[in-house]
Design a binder for this molecule. Structure first.
Ligand SMILES: [Zn+2]
Length: 232
């Protein structure tokens, strides 16, 4: 089990661990793909149409999201999902706000190919623009029933090996009811991702393109322990 996992895999800087599903234009971790297909087929039999809004995201994808949020080109939210005015925030406040909802490039579980953001295509209202915010998965939201259904399926981790790492508010990352993780692989990756490795990431040449790197480095302990390590 304890074969060394390539850093580039954990940082999202390679696609060597992935398989491409052309039919939905998404990448998956090679070892998760068969179980995912089985999960999807079984869901369909129960009237659920898994729609994967996001699977693998590369370091560069995450970097672009991060930098656009810092520049005010994308909205940023507080922990409860209220939009914030980024012009009224200091760089370190912006970093804190972004990190509630988006991972720092190189630390996203989406780099691993094991993570999926899913909704039910069959309960997607016509013309509705999905935001992936908690209200959509709460009572009265379009995906509330789907969320309850998903609960019943992932309670038993053995059947598909998917679980929700973010569903409860652990005081780090805001709860993400739409996010599921392929536990068989992701638990190993998570274990491998030590604080030392995180520090290596911060010194990686690619990180020089990150807006507010200085602020990130200044709170590296907090970012790692508070926002990353809690995510079992
Ligand atoms: Zn996600």
């Amino acid at each position: 089990m304890s074969k060394k996992i390539d850093k580039e895999v954990l940082f999202g800087m390679t696609k060597e661990h992935l398989i491409y599903d052309e039919s939905i234009n998404r990448y998956f971790h090679k070892d998760s793909f068969e179980d995912f297909k089985r999960f999807k087929e079984d869901a369909l039999k129960e009237g659920i149409d898994f729609y994967v809004t996001s699977s693998f995201r590369s370091f560069d994808d995450q970097l672009r999201i991060w930098n656009e949020k810092c520049a005010g080109k994308r909205p940023i939210y507080d922990r409860t999902g209220n939009e914030l005015d980024h012009t009224k925030l200091s760089p370190s406040e912006i970093v804190s706000a972004i990190i509630n909802w988006s991972a720092l490039p190189g630390t996203s579980r989406h780099h691993w190919g094991t993570e999926l953001d899913v909704v039910d295509g069959n309960s997607w209202p016509e013309g509705y623009h999905i935001q992936l915010v908690p209200e959509e998965f709460s009572e009265g939201g379009p995906f509330f029933e789907f969320s309850k259904w998903l609960n019943t399926k992932i309670e038993d981790k053995c059947s598909y090996s998917y679980y929700r790492p973010y569903v409860e508010d652990l005081g780090g990352v805001a709860p993400e009811a739409w996010h599921i993780s392929y536990n068989k692989v992701s638990s190993e990756y998570h274990q491998e991702y030590t604080y030392d490795l995180f520090c290596e990431l911060l010194e990686h040449p690619k990180m020089n393109e990150l807006t507010y790197l200085k602020e990130v480095k200044a709170s590296s302990q907090e970012i790692y322990h508070h926002f990353f390590r809690l995510l079992k």
